[in-house]
Design a protein around this ligand. Structure first.
Ligand SMILES: [Zn+2]
Length: 578
């Protein structure tokens, strides 16, 4: 059997750089004993600007929590850009560039003055202003008002023709919901100017009642007390007083909930040290089982202070098991941060919030086995041998274990997963790839065949596919090649920064100019270019079957590429089969 490798659809690179989340709104001075004073607009801030302070604070306190949405870099970032794209899309070519012509340097301001209401109306779904969409007093500029349409326009504008319609293909009737789930934060970040004063958390209408979400295959429901609002996927904030609640998946999966909770507890100080080596305080306060009704959970509380300039933060973390799914594989961490001085008055609200959290396994007709490796969900149908999951996990750990520090959390935030194709089935049996049935890839191989034993992830569809028989060596040699290659596609598509993207496009362009491997799979596009060099870096595929040899060849012949691969992957050793 051919161990041919193929990304289902090439995919465009995307950004995972740190998103700026409302930095100025939560500025807080160093805590004074017995107070919970806030700083607004830096009015009485003595030391540093509120933005600087809050950026430091958010980065410090929230650590790895505030990830970029994966596609930020691709969306229009200004009003003028958006206007020009939409005008061109509408065929109003005479209007393209009109703000620049009329207003010159004031183009952006002029555009914003004209379009603030249009933007709010167009993106009502992202701004929690659903009613605004139906407000007929707002002018109708024929701007796209749903996520799918906007996405298609932007993708077409960028020349990513193969992405036009991707949400419709992947999600079918749920296209709009899938698009909104992916893009809500992008829209809010890009058009923050349109949120204006009304968007400040203090004045925004609080979300009433319960909010629901899906984290991986875990469904959750949280009752939001007054003052809390959802600010990002799986993230909730309260501004007065400042507090954050963040949900994340956790592993490993072969432990009981208690063991996992203990493992979280035992790793807390290391997590703090990794994001803030010079932290001032870490003190574990309590650890106990807090199972409420059917919701099996442990709670760990601790105090941290990341710098003497910031308040002591009380962290309350629930490690919660899904109640109705396969084994105990579905576990999430619900982490709440709050300045200690606020706890006496406002701690009850956090308690109410955490008590209201309900987590269930998401019913899934296809996948019934899973585990999490370095934040990546490995999943398979019941018919796949259970040993294939740890085998796949080993490859993921090989590739992410020494990767650049932003990449594993980015992959987790992008909800990257690795799905295992049963040895007797085509890739199209996997729900995420079913839409490829009846199609062929760019080399002419049909997806409904055994010619293709893997497929890559793209944004909007973060599942990578690999196959059971190659992971376990059933009827063929055990070979990590497909898994490495496809997962490299996932890393590039989901978590390349704009700088990574520029760098690799530069390599690819120069390789084309040098007539490097003309007509090869590797030179098909920049994605295959990166994935095949990744194969070499890990010593799989057509490269010598040893990481050190493949790596040495790249270092000798392509020193720039080697440095870039080293930056992405670090220096992983040999694959450790489970
Ligand atoms: Zn490929």
């Amino acid at each position: 059997m051919s161990s041919s490798v193929q990304s289902g659809h090439g995919g465009s690179p995307s950004s995972c750089s740190a998103r700026t989340v409302n930095e100025s709104r939560y500025a807080r001075q160093p805590v004074r004993s017995g107070t919970s004073a806030h700083l607004r607009n830096g009015s009485d801030l003595q030391v540093v600007s509120p933005v600087t302070l809050m950026r430091a604070m958010l980065v410090a306190v929230a650590g790895v929590l505030v990830f970029a949405s994966p596609v930020f870099g691709q969306w229009p970032a200004t009003c003028v850009d958006l206007n020009d794209i939409v005008e061109r899309h509408l065929g109003n070519d005479q209007n393209v560039g009109i703000y620049q012509q009329v207003f010159g340097e004031g183009a952006e301001q002029g555009c914003r003055t004209d379009h603030v209401n249009d933007v709010r109306r167009a993106f009502a779904w992202a701004f929690d202003e659903i009613d605004a969409a139906g407000d007929l007093s707002l002018p109708d500029l024929a701007w796209p008002t749903d996520c799918v349409e906007l996405n298609d326009i932007v993708e077409a504008h960028l020349g990513n023709e193969h992405y036009v319609g991707i949400y419709e293909r992947v999600f079918g009737p749920a296209a709009e919901a899938g698009c909104r789930r992916d893009h809500r934060d992008d829209v809010r970040a890009v058009f923050a100017w349109a949120l204006g004063a009304d968007a400040s958390p203090g004045r925004a209408p609080p979300l009433q009642g319960a909010t629901t979400g899906v984290l991986r295959d875990v469904e959750y429901v949280i009752g939001l007390p007054d003052g809390w609002r959802q600010t990002a996927r799986h993230q909730f904030q309260r501004s007065d007083p400042w507090a954050i609640l963040q949900l994340r998946p956790t592993g490993p999966s072969d432990h009981t909930l208690k063991q996992r909770a203990e493992s979280v507890r035992d790793g807390l100080e290391q997590e703090l040290r990794e994001r803030r080596p010079d932290y001032v305080l870490f003190e574990l306060t309590s650890f106990q089982e807090v199972t409420r009704g059917p919701q099996h959970a442990y709670e760990v509380t601790y105090r941290i202070q990341e710098s003497s300039r910031y308040c002591v933060v009380v962290v309350t973390e629930r490690i919660v098991a899904a109640t109705t799914w396969y084994g105990l594989d579905r576990v999430i961490r619900a982490t709440n941060w709050m300045c200690e001085a606020d706890v006496p008055l406002h701690g009850d609200s956090t308690r109410t919030l955490l008590d209201s959290l309900r987590v269930t396994g998401k019913p899934d007709d296809y996948y019934s086995q899973s585990l999490i490796a370095d934040g990546v969900l490995i999943k398979a149908a019941a018919k796949v041998q259970t040993e294939a999951l740890p085998a796949a996990a080993a490859v993921v750990r090989w590739m992410l274990g020494s990767a650049r520090s932003d990449i594993p959390p980015c992959m987790a935030a992008a909800e990257a997963s690795l799905a295992i194709i049963p040895k007797d089935d085509f890739v199209t049996v996997l729900p995420e790839f079913a839409w490829l049935s009846g199609r062929a890839d760019f080399t002419g191989r049909t997806y409904d065949s055994f010619d293709l034993r893997g497929a890559g992830a793209v944004r909007g569809q973060p599942a990578t596919a690999t196959s059971e028989e190659l992971l376990l060596g059933i009827g063929v040699s055990r070979d990590p090649h497909v898994t490495v290659h496809e997962f490299a596609h996932a890393i590039q598509n989901l978590c390349f920064t704009p700088a990574d993207d520029r760098k690799w496009r530069g390599f690819y362009t120069r390789a084309l100019q040098a007539n490097f491997r003309p007509g090869s799979h590797q030179m098909h596009d920049v994605y295959e270019f990166f994935a095949v060099f990744s194969d070499g870096y890990f010593g799989v595929g057509h490269w010598p079957g040893d990481p050190s040899t493949g790596r040495e060849l790249i270092r000798k012949d392509f020193p720039d590429v080697f440095e870039a691969l080293l930056e992405i992957y670090g220096s992983p050793g040999h694959l450790e089969h489970p």
